[in-house]
Ligand binder design. Structure first.
Ligand SMILES: *[C@@H]1O[C@H](CO)[C@@H](O)[C@H](O)[C@H]1NC(C)=O
Ligand SMILES: *[C@@H]1O[C@H](CO)[C@@H](O)[C@H](O)[C@H]1NC(C)=O
Ligand SMILES: *[C@@H]1O[C@H](CO)[C@@H](O)[C@H](O)[C@H]1NC(C)=O
Ligand SMILES: *[C@@H]1O[C@H](CO)[C@@H](O)[C@H](O)[C@H]1NC(C)=O
Ligand SMILES: *[C@@H]1O[C@H](CO)[C@@H](O)[C@H](O)[C@H]1NC(C)=O
Ligand SMILES: *[C@@H]1O[C@H](CO)[C@@H](O)[C@H](O)[C@H]1NC(C)=O
Ligand SMILES: *[C@@H]1O[C@H](CO)[C@@H](O)[C@H](O)[C@H]1NC(C)=O
Length: 676
């Protein structure tokens, strides 16, 4: 077993050099058993991407040429740019004796050695001379799949297949992004990144991952696959764990290292930890101290996003009745007390959170694909399981009237003939299809038809990438935690106006959003969809180059651990535009969006100022409060954890909020124009 696995790993390395990419896919698909889960893979210790050994940077240690007096003098305004410098200088005078890593970094008790350490090894103080260099190794773009091979042993078959299938696209994306955005992509720090896929470490959920080969929920696995590919290509040092024992050895390795950021030129500490809610719970139970030390480094994969009201336990508990509907007053997925920007989402749907995303599978799509002209118009129903078709008789009858209807329902045969069969009469059901088969089917499809569930899956983007028109089910009354069971325990008050609000904004010719239960409207929409014949389209943020650019920039620039001087913040504070909400119950998000901007949570602390409130809302005096609406009329925010782009005051309150907005690159919401 073990030997054969090694053999296939070697085969991969060979094929990386000598064969076109199609071959990877072939070998992986045919060896699915070889790569499946087995006891021995789960017990293996931490997977780690192989690193080509790099020469460590030679940093000159030439601080002795300065006088002690020079080394300890700073301009009076030093705290503007280096807010922690003076405190660190004070601390290190005795603090350097607490661990041998300081003396290994050349600290010898002199002011100049302190200054050298705090400016060149760490980043707290200004450098001494013009020519001194910061010690940092740089991340290099590495579009070779070989870096990921050691990881392939420990991840589900679906993820390996996806990474291989899309590798050619990733490579093209890497070249594209280097060509167009070379300045942003070079000169980035090389980070130590831990990826801990918690839901795979949770044994009961393992079944779920296995099921993904037969039509189970794919969203999480799909996003993890794309994240791993991205992190590897943008050149960070990557450690991946999918089980508790390998997590433990990684945690111990980093815990046993000293507090210094560098030792002999190599980076010592973890910079970023990607995990999910189950992973966070495992860290909390088994590695409490590690989690406390690294709290600000967590990036939580959180598909639907988290709003301020649900992020801290205490606020939710005090307000749970107001924040819930009839189905549940629980908050099982929230209450982690993280900064909202540490929640990374599936779609760019909540300005309070950070957009991670995924890429759209366009393998096999021709640039100018034209639907086969001879074929009669057809529709593919979005819904891989029978229950999603419930209450869909009317719309499906209407579809059958105009087009040939296809389905990919995997569980149709399970309980034999029942009253559901009339629904499937004249429907060509293909059963479970793999990615390649879906892609082929979409190439022939005129209409991709949504029935209202699942919410915000990746499939509509894929259909659009194949030139199909997505008919998006509109919700006459928006669905939310307060009125829809599926959302009733999600940590967000977001209101879904349709099955996929992101697609709704894209609109025609790619998307028609319509009440599928209104026969006249639906019939119009179907007729129009047949005429539209859109070109294949993928928004930049869902392309490989878009995702590489976004993740590279976010990891390099989004700073959640250290105090950063105003002039060095990212997004730059100069990009801030302040507006007041207009309607009584508007959120800041709504206000910014109506101006083609987005709300930028990192600017809230700047907007939260009494003088500004006095000026903008003509207050004579200003009070303070812990409220997700603050800053608003004459009230500043007391709790930083409650700053919220999304919160909507009740209409009767008469509250006017102050909102910090910024622009964004078209089709790349996470990045402002000056953020590159
Ligand atoms: C070293 O720095 C401290 C304060 O930062 C200062 O008081 C001391 O005089 C400096 N030593 C020398 C030799 O200049
Ligand atoms: C700090 O003062 C120096 C001159 O002493 C000036 O050149 C620099 O621009 C100032 N920096 C800030 C951030 O004000
Ligand atoms: C760093 O280098 C010093 C001397 O060059 C050596 O004694 C020490 O073991 C090295 N530390 C590590 C962690 O490699
Ligand atoms: C089948 O019919 C029964 C009653 O006639 C109904 O309760 C059930 O929900 C139906 N099943 C489906 C899947 O429509
Ligand atoms: C269906 O839509 C049409 C046109 O928008 C509207 O006039 C009609 O009232 C709607 N019917 C129902 C039952 O909602
Ligand atoms: C917002 O206010 C408008 C009118 O001011 C009202 O029609 C609407 O129902 C309100 N929405 C919410 C969610 O309170
Ligand atoms: C908030 O300020 C606006 C504009 O100054 C004003 O119209 C509104 O009445 C104020 N609301 C409250 C609750 O004070």
């Amino acid at each position: 077993m073990r030997r054969s696995r090694r053999f296939f790993a070697l085969l991969f390395i060979f094929s990386a050099f000598f064969t076109p990419l199609g071959f990877f896919y072939f070998t992986i698909v045919n060896e699915s058993n070889q790569f499946g889960f087995s006891k021995s893979t789960e017990e293996r210790n931490g997977y780690q991407t192989s690193e080509v050994s790099e020469p460590t940077e030679n940093v000159q240690v030439d601080f002795k040429k300065y006088s002690e007096y020079e080394c300890s003098r700073f301009p009076s305004n030093v705290t503007n740019d280096y807010p922690e410098c003076l405190n660190k200088m004070k601390w290190i005078k005795n603090g350097w004796k607490t661990h041998s890593c300081y003396s290994e970094n050349h600290i010898d008790g002199t002011n100049c050695s302190f200054r050298y350490y705090l400016s060149q090894v760490e980043n707290y103080c200004p450098m001494m001379g013009e020519n001194t260099k910061q010690m940092k190794s740089l991340a290099k773009m590495s579009p070779s799949i070989r870096r990921l091979l050691p990881i392939f042993d420990g991840i589900p078959h679906y993820m390996k297949t996806r990474i291989n299938r899309l590798w050619k696209k990733w490579k093209e994306g890497a070249h594209e992004v280097m060509e167009k955005y070379s300045e942003s992509m070079t000169n980035r720090k090389k980070l130590n990144v831990l990826v801990f896929i918690g839901f795979l470490a949770n044994e009961q959920k393992l079944k779920l991952a296995k099921k993904s080969d037969h039509g189970g929920p794919l969203g999480e696995l799909l996003q993890w696959s794309d994240l791993l590919a991205t992190l590897s290509i943008i050149g960070h040092h990557l450690e991946v764990s999918t089980d508790k024992s390998s997590l433990k050895s990684i945690v111990w390795k980093y815990m046993s290292r000293g507090p210094c950021q560098f030792l002999n030129g190599s980076r010592q500490q973890l910079d970023i930890i990607f995990t999910d809610i189950m992973g966070l719970n495992i860290l909390r139970q088994h590695h409490r101290q590690f989690l406390m030390n690294n709290r600000c480094r967590i990036r939580l994969l959180d598909s639907f996003g988290t709003h301020a009201e649900f992020a801290t336990k205490s606020y939710f508990l005090q307000n749970k009745r107001k924040l819930s509907g009839p189905y549940s007053q629980r908050n099982p997925w929230g209450g982690h007390g993280l900064d909202l920007r540490q929640h990374w989402t599936f779609y760019p749907h909540s300005d309070d959170n950070t957009f991670l995303g995924f890429i759209v599978d366009t393998e096999g799509v021709e640039k100018e694909n034209q639907k086969k002209k001879t074929s009669i118009p057809s529709a593919l129903i979005y819904g891989k399981e029978k229950y999603m078709w419930m209450n869909a008789e009317k719309p499906i009858r209407m579809l059958k009237k105009h087009v040939k209807v296809h389905a990919t329902v995997a569980d149709l045969e399970v309980d034999g003939m029942s009253n559901i069969t009339s629904l499937f009469e004249n429907v060509q059901n293909h059963g479970f299809l793999n990615s390649r088969e879906i892609s082929e089917l979409l190439d022939e499809t005129t209409i991709f038809f949504g029935l209202g569930f699942p919410l915000e899956g990746p499939a509509p983007l894929e259909a659009m990438a194949h030139g199909a028109v997505f008919i998006n089910a509109k919700f006459e009354e928006p669905k939310s935690r307060k009125n829809y069971k599926f959302l009733s325990e999600k940590p967000t008050l977001r209101e879904w106006t349709s099955q996929n609000p992101y697609m709704e904004k894209i609109g025609e010719p790619h998307v028609i959003t319509v009440d599928v239960n209104n026969e006249t409207e639906l019939e119009d929409a179907i007729k129009r969809a047949i005429q539209l014949k859109p070109k294949p389209f993928v928004p930049f943020e869902f392309s490989p180059s878009g995702m590489l650019l976004r993740v590279a920039l976010l990891l390099e620039k989004q700073e959640l651990c250290e105090k950063v001087s105003i002039s060095k913040r990212w997004p730059p504070v100069t990009e801030m535009k302040i507006f007041k909400t207009e309607k009584a119950n508007d959120s800041c998000e709504m206000t910014c969006h109506s101006l083609n901007l987005i709300c930028e949570p990192s600017f809230f602390p700047i907007v939260n100022s009494s003088p500004l409130l006095k000026r903008e809302l003509s207050c004579s005096s200003v009070s303070s409060d812990s409220s997700p609406f603050a800053p608003f009329n004459c009230t500043v925010q007391l709790s930083a954890s409650l700053f919220s782009c999304a919160s909507r005051p009740p209409s009767s309150s008469g509250i006017v909020r102050l909102c910090p907005c910024r622009d964004y690159i078209p089709e790349q919401h996470a990045i402002c124009k000056k953020c590159l």
